[in-house]
Design a protein around this ligand. Structure first.
Ligand SMILES: [Zn+2]
Length: 370
């Protein structure tokens, strides 16, 4: 019997070329290239395949304009089968974000903002009464399958006069619930030297390559000890490119210091998708290829690494019996003009382009051009 879907002649990162057969949304076989056909056969010749890309930091709650976006516009249309909303919503509106999954194809998880108002205002931690323990605990109970961690944005414009206190509250909630936290870093106060020592194994720092004064590298461009100590403790680093949080100079410093990639994420929302400097995941991945990371390192940072962090390893593998969750992409020998958050530009020699995804037993082409 013919499989319902076959992805033919696609290339794994290790160079191996295969046919992937699927039935009812599950992978049923990996075969020699060109040997099977399905009711639907997708020609993958010349394309790479990986498990579906995972973006650990997006804003998928369109009501918070411009700091939100449509789920599929930042998900499957750009090659990401799984996206994680990074604290757009707090306890007041997380149920709306959870419900919005019904209207979209992309798999969505969320960090719960410890501020009940979420990004309704961008100074959401400037009043401590917005950090409401009862509301946080109720939201976690109601959405245990959806909320994968807690978000606390710890920079001056967000916390106002409250300094490190909101982060201490976040860690207390995390200790009480067993959830990890994602901390955003940016301008002081609080100082990065106050923030980093509080983070625990598996907690995640987003925006670690920002080029602001209060960042993780010293004036010589070397990693500060609070960074190397945190890595040693098992704290994870997330890119969270965003409008203001990715500097080529800082990224080069991290590369030169031998700091490995963990997760590459976009911090995408409507504003920085349409006007840059983020545009889409493929564009951000091309930046890391241009910095000199290997294709395998770059793709692992949106597949196996986030899947392991999420404790959902099946999302990061291609295996017979698993649900088919795949991203097809190409590496085109054409230059891209890449812009960082400081307005500095690089021109790449190659461009990573998302071509299509397979998710929920369906094939979707990616209309977004990198
Ligand atoms: Zn963000």
């Amino acid at each position: 019997m013919k499989p319902s879907m076959v992805l033919s002649r696609v290339r794994f990162l290790n160079g191996e070329i295969v046919d992937i057969a699927m039935e009812n949304g599950r992978i049923t076989g990996l075969h020699e290239p060109g040997t099977v056909s399905g009711t639907q056969t997708i020609n993958g010749e010349g394309l790479y395949v990986s498990s579906g890309w995972i973006d650990m930091h997006v804003h998928a709650f369109p009501a918070f304009d411009p700091y939100g976006d449509e789920i599929d516009a930042i998900g499957i249309q750009g090659g990401c089968t799984t996206i994680v909303d990074a604290g757009s919503c707090g306890a007041d509106r997380i149920h709306e974000l959870a419900a919005s999954r019904k209207q979209s194809h992309t798999r969505l998880f969320a960090f719960l903002n410890i501020s009940r108002i979420g990004l309704e205002r961008t100074d959401e931690l400037s009043q401590l009464h917005w950090i409401d323990e009862t509301a946080v605990m109720q939201a976690l109970e109601n959405h245990a399958d959806f909320i994968i961690g807690l978000k606390a944005r710890i920079s001056s414009s967000v916390v106002g006069e409250n300094g490190i206190t909101p982060l201490r509250r976040a860690i207390q909630f995390a200790e009480d619930t067993g959830l990890p936290i994602m901390t955003h870093i940016g301008s002081a106060p609080p100082l990065i030297e106050e923030i980093m020592p509080l983070l625990r194994s598996r907690d995640m720092v987003t925006h670690y390559l920002n080029g602001k004064a209060n960042n993780l590298f010293d004036e010589k461009g070397l990693p500060k000890s609070v960074l190397t100590d945190a890595i040693e403790r098992g704290v994870k680093l997330d890119v969270g490119h965003g409008t203001a949080s990715f500097s080529f100079e800082t990224a080069q410093q991290a590369k030169d210091a031998g700091i490995s990639l963990h997760t590459i994420s976009t911090d995408i929302y409507r504003g920085n998708r349409l006007n840059g400097p983020v545009y889409n995941m493929a564009n951000v991945l091309t930046k890391f290829l241009t910095l000199g990371y290997t294709l395998t390192e770059v793709i692992e940072a949106v597949t196996t690494a986030p899947a392991a962090w999420l404790d959902r390893p099946e999302l990061g593998r291609i295996q017979v019996g698993d649900a088919a969750n795949l991203t097809l992409f190409s590496i085109e020998p054409r230059p891209s003009r890449l812009i960082d958050s400081e307005g500095r530009t690089y021109t790449s020699t190659h461009t990573i382009q998302a071509e299509g995804v397979i998710l929920n037993d369906q094939y979707f082409t990616c209309p977004i051009r990198a």
